[in-house]
Design a protein around this ligand. Structure first.
Ligand code: CR6
Length: 808
């Protein structure tokens, strides 16, 4: 029996009866209980294990196929993963959704109740974390050998609640009950150094003598492909104190806190996602997290490389490491350190290897979002890495001077070290210098990166810059999130191949003119509104779901709502298009301006709700705690998708893609991927408004005065005055004042064009057939936004990797 290639495995049954048998044996042998005494939690864990076993069997075969092929691997390094709930996905991917439910009923269990215990691992913030999860899904589906690396935070993104309409953050102990999807792998633990100093030995070799040693313990979750046997993994690191970190003598002396001090200190590294960085110790903890992730992951990557390879020059041929934004950029100096200090390679060879190995995705244009770290703190925490960065910088700046002789200012701008007003390490510069490819995440974004934010680098190395437009998993965001629409589409297209080949949705175009198909399409949308619990399914469901940020301009949507409110108040008798406006999203805990907007939305919602003249036409709802789970309920119910950021600020957006794919029409600016969405779905099926990037930039450069718009436009003045006068429970003056006196993101400049576009929305909505036609066309033409296409673009343009098929 050849265990290595997985052939000795007994295949698991595919019938409901066999699944039931496996449920029972897992309940007895792994959960240690019986049907009679099992709790719902027991039932849930048992179900999860039984589903997981089916994927684990494919995992074994995947590992065997990968080992045999010794392929070029993609290693995706990301500080965030928003994986979403695992149960439903894993039932779908293992083909057990139907039999699992039958088996549970046979055992007297309520499948909905049991499945209700599945918890979403909230190991990310927003778009960037969800993108990472979508890319992993697509890589597995396309049979690309890949491992995602991240941190196993004890507490993920906070749980959002509202108190008197204000956001209150609660810790999210997502794995309090355990996490049945996770495989611990303590044997692969790594040792991570911090602090200390460097020394040179007699041969001139540098050695880092650490001041703190922490262990990184990995576990992994399965990342199955859809419609294929490949099961990849995402490996997450958790920090632990070393064995000696518990001080028994202190404990015996009754000093209980001191006894565990060292262990607690170590474990804090993976305690929370993005610890507050308003204090020096908070910032240091973040840098520690970044190094922790990078150090553990690189050693693991090297361990895996050595399973089949010995020669370092092969390393870049077998390895591509994608850096998801700058958070894992320390991997560049860390790999230099491992190659030069630990493996004894010479600097030039090591640098060639490093540069060929890495690629960097930039996800922002906001200069304030480009990470920098203070040199003194960096030096204290990572003394050897700072030396390495200095050396990289020396070589690099020599290259710049040679290419642009005499251009001192350029050298200053491009340096890896900012000198004024204080000395800081510039992570984005390091990421560009140490990689073979840099990409933006939508066409406009990639252009703007090369012409503004990273312009100097694009001038030096034009061929290094790429665009890879983001994409979303069709499995997660239509098949799982919107089962009724998926069935209708499969019926319309005569099969479900579209789920793995989203361009096939184009076949729906022909059905957009079919009266009976349109009415079924509408019925699905209405049923999804009922599922979401939004009251009147006839009302236009207008959604703005995303993180709260001033550049995204939730405050513009709010001004529109207040304008509608005033119009209805002024003319109560008229027939208005009933709208339900739904906001969802979190604000960073320390982002006060964004939190003021949240509070004002809740106040406006309450005032409207209490006004019987207005509430039949206008309803504002704000369910708390937006996450993948809530998004999956809202997106299928949406008629209108709000993508209203100031042009030139949103790198891409991915919610815009999810909503269009589910048949919502977009009202949006020419920003991020909105531009590509509009190109694909057609200008007639998209409500465009607002300044474009050149116009917005020109306006800002020529001295923008928000107050001019206020003075000129009576409706706008009325809306802003009502905020400033405290008409909404006295809430929101800060929001009003900031708009009137400063308006960083040109909200007032775009107000009129936005409100006019919303009037067009109302008019379009009244022609039900035409609206439904546009809705169908949005879905039919969204195939491009599949994450499968995104991964193919990465594979062809940046990674140069090939699929490996997993045998039966
Ligand atoms: N906030 C961008 O702002 C993009 C995602 C994924 C973001 C957003 O437009 O769609 O990344 N950027 O590429 C960062 O997180 C830095 C985001 O999610």
């Amino acid at each position: 029996m050849d265990v290595r290639n997985g052939m000795g495995l007994r295949p698991l049954g595919t019938s409901a009866a066999e699944f039931e048998q496996d449920l029972l044996s897992n309940l007895y042998y792994r959960r240690g209980t019986t049907v009679e005494s099992a709790s719902t939690q027991d039932a849930y864990e048992t179900l999860a294990l039984t589903v997981r076993d089916r994927l684990a069997e494919r995992r074994v075969r995947t590992a065997a196929a990968h080992y045999a092929a010794n392929p070029r691997w993609v290693y995706y390094l990301s500080a965030e993963y928003l994986l979403g709930k695992q149960l439903e996905q894993n039932m779908l991917y293992s083909g057990t959704d139907r039999i699992a439910r039958i088996a549970m009923k046979q055992l007297g269990l309520d499948p909905d109740e049991v499945e209700g215990l599945d918890v979403e691992p909230g190991l990310g913030n927003g778009g960037l974390g969800r993108l990472a999860a979508c890319l992993l899904d697509a890589m597995a589906t396309l049979d690309i050998p890949a491992v995602g690396y991240g941190i196993r935070y004890d507490l993920g993104i906070f749980k959002q609640t509202f108190k008197n309409g204000a956001q209150v953050e609660k810790p999210d102990d997502w794995s309090y009950q355990g996490n049945p999807w996770e495989f611990p792998a303590p044997d692969d633990r790594q040792t991570v150094f911090f602090y200390g100093h460097t020394e040179r030995d007699a041969n001139g070799k540098t050695c880092w003598i650490p001041g703190e040693v922490v262990l990184g313990e990995p576990s992994h979750m399965l990342v199955p492909g859809h419609g294929t046997d490949t099961v990849n993994i995402v490996r997450l690191w958790r920090a632990r104190g070393s064995e000696s970190s518990f001080d028994l003598s202190r404990f015996s002396a009754g000093q209980y806190a001191e006894a565990v001090d060292e262990a607690v200190h170590a474990e804090n590294i993976s305690k929370v996602l993005y610890p507050d960085d308003s204090t020096e110790s908070g910032r240091e903890l973040r840098l520690k997290q970044q190094y922790f992730l990078v150090s553990c992951s690189l050693r693991d990557i090297i361990r895996r490389f050595r399973l089949r390879n010995t020669d370092w020059s092969e390393f870049p041929k077998k390895t591509v490491i994608q850096l998801n934004d700058t958070h894992p950029t320390l991997a560049i100096p860390e790999l230099m350190r491992l190659l030069v200090d630990e493996e004894g390679l010479n600097w030039d060879l090591a640098w060639t290897i490093v540069r060929q190995t890495f690629a960097y995705t930039c996800h922002t244009l906001l200069p304030e979002a480009l990470e920098t770290w203070s040199v003194p703190m960096f030096e204290r925490l990572l003394p050897r890495h700072l030396e390495i960065i200095y050396t990289i910088n020396e070589h690099f700046l020599a290259e710049v001077r040679e290419a642009f002789p005499g251009d001192v200012d350029r050298v200053r701008r491009m340096s890896l070290i900012q000198e004024e007003p204080d000395r800081r390490v510039r992570m984005a510069n390091l990421a560009v210098v140490g990689t073979q490819a840099v990409n933006g995440v939508a066409e406009l974004h990639s252009e703007l990166l090369a012409s503004t934010t990273l312009r100097d680098f694009a001038e030096l190395w034009p061929a290094k810059f790429h665009n890879v437009t983001n994409g979303i998993s069709p499995r997660r965001f239509i098949k799982i999130a919107n089962p009724t629409l998926s069935s209708l589409i499969s019926e319309g297209l005569g099969g479900d191949e579209w789920i793995n080949d989203l361009d096939r949705l184009a076949g729906l175009e022909a059905l957009a003119d079919d009266e009976s198909f349109r009415s079924r399409w509408r019925a699905v949308k209405q049923a999804n509104k009922v599922r979401l619990g939004l009251g009147d399914p006839e009302s236009l469901t207008d959604v703005m779901i995303k993180r709260f940020h001033e550049y995204k301009r939730q405050q513009l949507k709010l001004l529109h709502i207040i304008t509608m409110y005033h119009r209805i108040k002024a003319n109560p008798g008229q027939a208005y298009v009933p709208r339900t406006v739904l906001f969802a999203g979190k604000a960073a805990p320390a982002y006060h301006a964004a939190k003021h907007v949240i509070r004002l939305i809740n106040a406006v919602a309450a005032v409207i709700d209490a006004d019987p003249a207005v509430s039949p036409y206008l309803k504002v709802v704000f369910p708390p705690n937006y996450n993948v789970t809530l998004g999956s309920l809202i997106i299928p119910a949406a008629d209108l998708s709000e993508q209203i950021s100031m042009a030139g600020k949103e790198a891409s957006g991915t919610g815009n893609m999810k909503l269009a794919l589910n048949g919502a029409l977009t009202i949006g600016t020419l920003d991020g991927a909105n531009i590509e969405i509009r190109d694909k779905v057609g200008a007639d099926n998209f409500f465009l408004f607002g300044l474009d990037t050149p116009a917005a930039t020109a306006l800002k450069n020529n001295g923008y005065r928000a107050r001019d718009h206020y003075d000129r436009d009576p409706e706008l003045r009325h809306a802003l005055d009502s905020i400033l006068d405290g008409k909404f429970l006295g809430i929101g003056r800060e929001v009003g004042e900031s708009l009137l006196n400063w308006d960083e993101y040109l909200t007032l400049a775009d107000y009129r064009s936005y409100v006019d576009a919303q009037d067009q929305v109302d008019a379009a909505w009244q022609d039900t057939d035409q609206w439904t036609r546009k809705s169908i066309l949005n879905t039919a033409r969204s195939g491009f936004f599949s994450a499968d296409r995104t991964v193919r673009d990465y594979a062809a343009g940046i990674w140069h990797v090939n699929p490996v098929k997993v045998g039966r």
